[in-house]
Design a protein around this ligand. Sequence first.
Ligand code: FAD
Ligand code: SIN
Length: 529
Amino acid sequence: MGMERFDFLVLGSGVAGLSYALRVARHGTVAIVTKKESAESNTNYAQGGIAGVMDDEDSYQSHIADTLTAGAGLCDREAVEVVVREGPRRIRELMDFGARFTRENGLLHLGREGGHSAHRIVHAADATGREVERALLAKVRAHPNIHIFEFHFALELITEHHLGQHVSRLRPDMHCFGAYVLDEKADRVKTFLARATLLATGGSGQVYLHTTNPAIATGDGTAMAYRAKARIANMEFVQFHPTTLYHPEAASFLISEAVRGEGGLLLNRAGERFMPKYDPRAELAPRDIVARAIDDQLKQTGDPHVWLDVSHRPADRIREHFPTIYETCLGYGIDITREPIPVVPAAHYQCGGVQTDLFGRTSLAGLFACGEVTCTGLHGANRLASNSLLEALVFSHRAIAPSIAYAREVAWREDVPPWDAGGTVRPNEWVLISHNRDELRRVMWDYVGIVRSNLRLKRALRRTRMLYEETEDFYRRSRVSPGLCELRNMIAVAYLIIRSAQMRRESRGLHYMLDYPEPVEDERRPTIV
Ligand code: FAD
Ligand code: SIN
């Protein structure tokens, strides 16, 4: 009853999950479990593009150096080399899968973004993610070995814990046997047994009040892996995108960094360009620097936003390269070809996550991971723009050989018990979920944002603990639902961010602490929880 068996179980249908699924499908049956419609993912909203050395004038050395500089001394050099060198091949494969990118005079048009010293961003106008997702989904849907389960919410990874054994983060021989998944439409929990499981559930921007991420980004995979005792790394490094549209009716709509790459200038209320005061790279400095500069301007002036002005560029070119941004802003009454755009920073990307090796292996045997849910070592203390779609493509490919080898070795674990819903009832206090969710997001925004301090982190931890206790008590008595499980996961991710931030006693990359404003050589190592 409610038992599914697949060779490969893929949790998530963004770029990481889909590209992995397509490749393993030649070697066995694949289930893709995804909590909403298949296309709903961070991938689908990616604007700027995919970084890759695709031009003779560019070089691997330059992309490697830019990535290392953005990462502020915390990147794993091997991971950087692997991603930069293998990336262009993976981008070409994506084109073979049917992705159509913007061309000029027959050649790929390469954009430029902050922190990059060359034009190297492959893109589909300003809707790159939508094109990537469209192309991959079309291939996946046509594959006879792949079964997509939409509106299926992964609740927990199945490990020795569910077989009644003692588990601990220190135990070296832990395994993943699949996942418990809530079929949202049938309202019942199914057991998905798998020989190999891929975690590709993306990031956690929803943990913050203001975010560029869609509603699905609640950190479910990071939280599940943490509860399953997998190793989690570098969660203090949350990237805030400097420029999201400031408008009362816009839910943090992103204004791509490519707009600054195209010559867009950041201005304060007086119409003055302020970035050159903060960094010689001005508007094209890495994101942490630009976001902190904007934060500083807002604190100095008390203004709710700054301005991004691209109106000095030819109107035709703006409309051609940024059709989505142009149309969306116009919908809010802002013509970006004629006037500046009001912008503020918002939480954008989780640089830390489930720690993997260079082949997507996690600390649990049988559990592989790729995409934003991971910490591969590529980003270090700050991700370089457009390196994340690239990272997902490279590691979803690298995880194939070890996944197939592992799946060949093991059988389904038939002694896994069904989901235990004993003692729970249908919840009648929905207000608790929405209230605690709102409070958590506010606490994280106010105390664990772009600029942090020991006092703010202590306050955040205390409030998060209270929310944890109240929510866990409610969870123990309630039948599972996506809303409740997302809240639990968001609280777990918030805890991981706060604890990791407290453990790092320095400022580095995205982690800026008023109490320790400089980097400290002894702290130059990953934070592991
Ligand atoms: P996602 O694409 O987020 O996919 C995660 C999947 O997991 C989704 O299908 C989700 O529904 C599913 N899921 C989550 N939890 C569960 C659960 N409990 N059960 C079942 N399914 C679940 N990066 C770049 O490199 N270039 C860009 O130009 C760029 N622009 C961006 C613009 C925006 C607005 C945003 C938000 C991000 C952008 N990024 C960009 C970042 C990039 O899009 C993401 O890092 C990347 O797409 C992540 O891919 P993924 O496959 O790991 O996760
Ligand atoms: C953007 O288009 O500015 C987003 C790029 C990214 O997050 O890599």
